[in-house]
Design a protein around this ligand. Structure first.
Ligand code: GDP
Ligand code: IMO
Ligand code: MG
Length: 425
């Protein structure tokens, strides 16, 4: 029996998961998204074209690969329909090709979940999470609060009654906020999208994925967000509302822990964060601005400027431990091409101590990063296509990271396009 490989982000999201899942997808029979929702924006580039996927797994452009939206995902039908309409307009129709299925147990994001997200963020003012306003938090709250509606419910005769019952509850909560809204348009779009989504096959993801494994087929689980946004282990409360870690692949697809194979941990050669919350290595200066401009660090979903900083090794070690990472994937090395010197945070100074782990409270006391200077490679690596062409100083940076993190770097990404990817030894 085969096992499920997992690919997930080790930082605060936007590491380049979409690109690499697309690159790896020819090796897999099934790509399965296991958590998050349209708060995700996964970018893929090939043949001069660029696509951003929110809900749809990033294996969709590979001819032979099946794609599953797992039970751990929260689905906004309006956004999913829009994603599929855009793909169709660009000549890709995974539904017609029978390459996309959805878990019956995946929860639905209602228009009122988005309103609740927005009302809550507005009320929090400067303390807001900086959510993507896609209704993620309120939808997962209804899931764990046992109120939620699921994809499988859409085919029940009393779906509309169930919907109305939940919306009444939401309206009651909204009445306590100073928040104006008009649901009419959104509601019409929601029901139109629900009808459309009925045309995508609904499956029980637990049986679907385990069936693939039983037949000896290969499966890659695609994470969204990143480890430091995990609801249990991230920089709480500045996190998302799902488990973004390997454990989330088990609950988000219905697979047992002993079915997990390789765990690919993906990270940028530096670090970014979008939204509020602590970020020990953040550079609120010209260097941060250079990383943002060179790396085009603007959100794929919301367009917001991403905060930028140096690579954070204590945070990466923590993420590797939590996920059981077996192979690392380093992205966006090219963004550092122009730097004479780059820096890596090896430790933190925190409450008078030097530590190499993430302490419980990094919010009221911001840890001071202890930085190690590293020579830059001062070479354009975007056209490097063979490992022999990798500049020596970049190889030294990779060797340094492998030694610190005790996990090999298997892939190196030197540009946004599919072809700008190198497999290392
Ligand atoms: P995801 O959410 O993890 O899939 O990542 P995003 O798509 O949100 O953000 C990654 C961004 O970096 C996208 O704009 C990608 O096209 C781009 N990207 C991915 N890999 C590289 C790389 O190696 N170099 C550069 N310059 N850009 C990259
Ligand atoms: P991908 O999959 C980066 C951040 C938001 C906010 C916090 C909570 O593209 O890497 P939410 O809408 O989930 O309630 O927001 O999490 N966030 C992301 N940041 N990449 C993402 O996804 C993100 N999804 C959510 O900015 O700080
Ligand atoms: Mg993204």
């Amino acid at each position: 029996m085969t096992q499920v490989d997992v690919l997930l982000g080790l930082q605060w999201g936007d590491e380049g998961k979409g690109k690499i899942v697309d690159v790896l997808s020819p090796q897999y029979d099934l790509i399965a998204r296991f958590q998050g929702g349209p708060n995700a924006g996964h970018t893929l580039e090939f043949d001069g074209k660029k696509f951003v996927l929110n809900t749809i797994p990033s294996g969709i452009f590979n001819e032979k690969t099946m794609n599953l939206i797992g039970n751990g995902v929260v689905i906004d039908p309006i956004i999913l329909k829009r994603e599929l309409d855009n793909l169709k307009a660009a000549g890709h129709d995974p539904v017609a090709k029978g390459k996309l299925v959805i878990a019956r147990k995946a929860h639905l994001i209602l228009p009122t979940h988005q309103l609740l997200d927005a009302a809550n963020e507005q009320k929090m003012g400067k303390d807001k999470i900086g959510s993507t306003l896609k209704g993620i938090g309120p939808t997962y709250m209804d899931k764990t609060g046992r109120n939620g509606l699921r994809i499988g419910d859409t085919t029940l005769p009393d779906f509309k009654d169930r919907y109305n019952k939940l919306v009444e509850k939401h309206k009651e909560i909204l009445s306590h906020y100073d928040f104006e809204y008009d649901l009419t348009e959104k509601e019409a779009a929601f029901f139109e999208a629900i009808e459309f989504i009925k045309s995508i096959p609904h499956v029980d993801s637990e049986h679907f994925v385990n069936g693939y494994l039983k037949e000896g087929k290969t499966v890659l689980a695609e994470g969204a967000q990143g480890t430091l946004l995990d609801v249990d282990f991230g920089s709480y409360p500045f996190v998302t509302s799902s488990n973004t870690t390997t454990a989330g692949a088990c609950t988000g697809l219905g697979i047992a822990p002993n079915k997990i194979g390789n765990v690919y941990g993906i990270f940028k050669a530096y670090c970014t964060r979008v939204g509020g919350g602590p970020f020990p290595t953040e550079l609120e200066n010209e260097v941060g601005e250079t990383l943002r401009q060179v790396g085009h660090e603007f959100g794929a979903t919301t367009g917001r400027a991403r905060r930028c900083g140096w690579i954070d090794l204590p945070a990466l070690k923590y993420a590797i431990m939590l996920n059981g990472v077996t192979e690392l994937i380093m992205m966006k090395a090219d963004v550092l091409d122009g730097f004479d010197t780059i820096y890596a945070c090896t430790h933190y100074e925190h409450n008078g101590e030097t530590i190499d782990y993430m302490p419980y409270d990094i919010i009221s006391v911001r840890p001071t990063p202890v930085l190690k200077a590293i020579d830059g490679w001062k070479t354009d690596v975007t056209k490097v296509s063979k490992i022999e062409e990798i500049p020596a100083k970049l190889n030294e940076y990779i060797a340094f990271l492998e030694k610190e993190l005790e996990v090999p770097v298997k892939y190196l990404s030197v540009g946004p396009d599919r072809v700008q990817t190198l497999e290392l030894n």
